[in-house]
Design a protein around this ligand. Structure first.
Ligand SMILES: Nc1ncnc2c1ncn2[C@@H]1O[C@H](COP(=O)(O)OP(=O)(O)OP(=O)(O)O)[C@@H](O)[C@H]1O
Ligand SMILES: [Mg+2]
Length: 600
């Protein structure tokens, strides 16, 4: 529909009202004017008729029509009135303006007929004789109460029509002027009205675009002023409320995105309404905009879909465990429940995902550890028990057997002691690390390496292995001297154990802006690739039999790893099967300590 400006809505109705008023006014005025004019003229004409009747009656009675005509002609000229004298039969006897012989019988003229019946006669009509509109007043001339004739006065009332026409013309002119004037006023008023209306509409647009700071100018018109003030007040309150809503929603967003638990909510049609980062991370969803999509399209996991379906139809809490293998191994505990509105109607479902991976892994580790410890302890104890039984059964008496068996028992007792010592040392490092009880000092790294080398020197010499350490570069670091020494002894001991005789072990000390690294490099058997990720686990051995034969407990590298971690660092390994291995301890340089670090 074509839009109209406010002025074109108002102006035609103004105009209509003005025209109707004008027409009514004109009709009323002209009719009132006409009545007034006729009344006045009638009164006046009556007076003239009475006067002339008094003067003509003697001449009429004496039948002196010449004098009569002379009289009415003179009088008629003087007072611009036409006088006509008619006998009782309606024949014109005398006329001030016309020759009576040319005039027909007037008995049928309404005013004459009325006068002949002894009444005042009156009529207005167009006179063909004078070719003008006339007002006629007729009065009976009486003798002995008998109507003997009629005197008629008449006057042209053309003037009335002319005056009325002039009046109408003037009023029409005024009407046009008033219409133009009212159009101007209408334009002005509509501008006065449409100005604030435009401002209101602009204000509403600004509000819908979220600009709550927009304030309307306050107009002078009272009603608009109240409206503008109410609008400004409303936008201020809206701003306040929007801010509260935004704060609540960002608070909710922050809580959701920082929650470790995965949160998913769906509506009744299973379309996602919320999904936090944790949930996306668990299911490896990279897409940012998931809201509005069906859960079945985003998460293709039957258990999740089942939990949502159940939650949407039951009021109960649904619990399931799921295991994900891709992209990483994850154990999730799923809680599902329906979301209800104020009328207790189900409007969607909430899914909470608890990540149990760490707990499950720790549980597994604990189970494996207990199994491993039991197994490691059981082997020497079974052997000791077996040899003791053999001794009791008679071997005690045989000196050679007794010495041989007691030596074996001693070896396994030492092994048991080594395992227990290693376990105790592992748990002590773990505990101290957890409780931040590891004491560190600014120590020389060269010194700790040299001390570890000298502890292993005898074993190396036995295998004719040379240990090389180029100590030209001297570095200090904040470490626990004895723990780092123990870790290095473990690494050098392994290097000696798993290297052929007459080979060489090199120890390298390096520094980068972020860390100090001590690397033990051997030319030994190396480690097959598949074992490398597990090598630092407790009791893990590449070759169980060989390691045991060499007196290993399988805890050495686990201790190295924990010592590195207790210094906020890591233990790493590079190895090529058959060529040798490189084990490193990386000790980070903490910013605060960097000044204390110096090349000595
Ligand atoms: N330098 C090395 N070269 C080749 N294999 C190695 C080396 N160091 C360790 N390993 C392998 O890693 C396994 C674990 O080593 P770890 O030091 O933890 O145990 P271990 O040496 O057997 O016993 P111990 O507790 O007495 O050190 C060893 O059994 C061995 O198979
Ligand atoms: Mg070892």
């Amino acid at each position: 529909m074509k839009e109209k400006k406010l002025i074109w809505q108002l102006y035609p109705s103004y105009l209509l009202v003005i025209f109707i008023t004008l027409i009514l006014l004109l009709t009323y005025t002209s009719s009132a004017f006409k009545t007034f004019y006729i009344n006045q003229t009638t009164k006046d004409l009556r007076a003239r008729t009475v006067l002339i009747e008094k003067q003509v009656t003697p001449y009429f009675k004496s039948q002196d029509f010449n004098k009569l005509t002379l009289l009415i002609s003179e009088q008629g000229k003087e007072i611009t009135t036409r006088f006509t004298i008619v006998d009782a039969k309606g024949n014109v006897l005398s006329d001030s303006d016309e020759n009576p012989e040319k005039m027909d019988n007037h008995a049928s003229r309404p005013e004459i007929a009325q006068a002949l019946s002894d009444k005042w006669g009156m009529a207005t009509r167009y006179s063909r004789t004078l070719q003008t509109k006339m007002l006629y007043i007729a009065k009976p001339i009486k003798q002995n109460n008998q109507v003997i004739g009629v005197v008629r006065s008449s006057i042209s009332i053309n003037e009335l029509d002319n005056t009325l026409r002039g009046l109408i013309e003037k009023m029409v002119l005024w009407g046009i002027l008033i219409s133009i004037f009212s159009a101007m006023i209408g334009f002005f008023v509509s501008r006065k009205i449409s100005g604030p209306i435009k401002d209101f509409s602009k204000g509403a647009d600004e509000l819908s675009n979220g600009n709550f700071d927009f304030q309307l100018p306050v107009p002078k018109i009272q009603e608009f002023r109240q409206l503008a003030e109410a609008f400004n007040n409303m936008s201020f309150q809206l701003k306040d409320r929007m801010q509260t809503i935004i704060n609540h929603s960002s608070e909710k967003e922050a809580i959701l995105s920082n929650m470790v638990e995965g949160i998913i909510t769906v509506d009744k049609e299973s379309n996602i309404t919320t999904m936090n980062q944790a949930a996306k991370h668990y299911f490896h969803i990279e897409k940012e905009a998931v809201v509005g999509h069906s859960i079945n399209e985003i998460i293709r996991h039957t258990t999740i879909q089942k939990v949502i379906q159940k939650a949407l139809i039951t009021q109960e809490l649904i619990e399931e465990d799921i295991a994900l293998t891709h992209p990483q191994e994850l154990f999730l505990h799923v809680h599902g429940m329906c979301l209800t509105n104020a009328n207790e109607e189900c409007v969607g479902a909430l899914i909470v995902l608890h990540n149990l991976t760490r707990i499950r892994k720790l549980e597994n580790m604990r189970k494996n550890f207990v199994a491993n410890v039991s197994h490691e302890l059981k082997t020497p104890i079974t052997l000791i028990k077996g040899f003791l039984e053999t001794l009791f059964r008679g071997a005690l008496d045989d000196k050679k057997e007794r010495e041989e068996f007691l030596t074996i028992i001693q070896e396994h007792t030492i092994r048991l002691e080594a395992i227990i010592e290693d376990l105790l040392s592992l748990s002590r490092i773990e505990q101290e690390n957890e409780n931040n009880l590891i004491e560190t000092d600014n120590e020389s790294l060269n010194e700790v390496i040299e001390k570890a080398i000298s502890s292993c020197q005898k074993k190396a010499t036995n295998k004719e292995i040379s240990i090389v350490f180029n100590s030209s570069k001297k570095l200090n670091a904040k470490i626990n001297f004895s723990l780092i020494e123990q870790a290095l002894i473990n690494l050098i001991d392994n290097a000696i154990k798993y290297s052929p005789a007459k080979s060489q072990i090199e120890i390298v000390l390096t520094q980068s802006p972020s860390e100090n690294t001590i690397t033990v490099i051997d030319q030994g058997c190396g480690i097959p690739k598949k074992h490398i990720p597990h090598l630092f686990e407790r009791f893990y051995r590449v070759d169980n039999a060989r390691s045991r034969e060499l007196g290993g407990t399988g805890l050495g590298l686990a201790i190295v790893k924990h010592i590195a971690e207790s210094h906020k660092g890591i233990a790493s390994l590079k190895s090529a099967e058959g060529k040798g291995s490189q084990f490193s301890i990386h000790i980070p340089i903490i910013q605060k300590q960097s000044k204390e670090q110096s090349n000595v």
